[in-house]
Design a binder for this molecule. Structure first.
Ligand code: ADP
Ligand code: MG
Length: 224
């Protein structure tokens, strides 16, 4: 028992370290990207593609950190009781600036008193990946709506957007590692999201129509 406890504590140190390394690595990446951009503007035509490739690769590294590492910690994290509305309110305020930057509007409508069993940092990671995809799918004046309500013995959380949408072939590939239709996509966001939601005994379903929008529905067992 004693040895097990020590192991768990060591793993906790490692997972905290991973999260802070992710944050620390992002800053030098951004600085390097800034200098690269400056150099692009000053270099001759012949060398432009090299800089473009370098910048794209830096963006890919940042993307992997965001999709994969920022909040998610290894499995050993304790499951705790989460207040769904509280968690979603934090996510709303974290994601509003990026939504505004893309010319869209993000709204949250969550019932009070919805509790689930989960882990706060993982919950954030899962829903940030969903909202980020919606942000990347919308156009000017696009709308993203998050709804949370109870449905029998379940908590339903729906993230809906009126963005690009997907055809059935694309919907079928959601969650497959490295599936991405974006030039700078990692294709890891939904892989991580599916894993996190399943680890919390939840399910994730997509409904989408090309040109109309996408609806992601997450269901967790209601904690009573
Ligand atoms: P990435 O965002 O890096 O491409 P994801 O795993 O997050 O990887 O998403 C995989 C693909 O699923 C995206 O490239 C996109 O084609 C599609 N997708 C996911 N969410 C949406 C959405 N809300 N609207 C339209 N397409 C989406
Ligand atoms: Mg994504």
């Amino acid at each position: 028992f004693n040895r097990e406890l020590q192991r768990t504590e060591k793993l906790k140190v490692i997972s905290d370290l991973a999260a802070s390394v992710a944050h620390e690595v992002r800053n030098p990446l951004q600085v390097t990207r800034g200098f690269m951009q400056l150099l692009t503007e000053r270099s001759d035509q012949k060398h432009q593609p090299l800089f473009t490739t370098a910048i794209n690769e830096l963006d890919r590294a940042s993307g992997i950190i965001t999709d994969f590492l920022t909040f998610a910690k290894p499995e050993i994290d304790q499951l705790e009781s989460l207040d769904v509305r509280e968690e979603l309110t934090r996510i709303e305020s974290m994601m509003t600036p990026l939504t505004t930057l893309h010319g869209g509007v993000l709204t949250l409508n969550a019932s009070e008193g919805l509790a689930i069993k989960g882990n706060s940092s993982k919950f954030k990671q899962a829903f940030i990946n969903l909202v980020k995809n919606s942000i990347e799918a919308i156009k000017q004046d696009g709308r993203i709506e998050i709804h949370a309500y109870s449905e029998g013995k379940f908590v339903c959380i729906r993230v809906a957007d009126d963005g690009d949408g997907m055809n059935p072939d694309e919907v079928a590939k959601l969650g497959v590692p490295y599936f991405s239709t974006k030039t700078k996509g990692t294709g890891l966001g939904l892989t991580v999201t599916f894993r996190i939601i399943e680890a919390m005994q939840g399910t994730l379903e997509f409904r989408s129509e090309k040109g109309k929008g996408t609806e992601a529905t997450v269901r967790f067992p209601l904690l009573s």
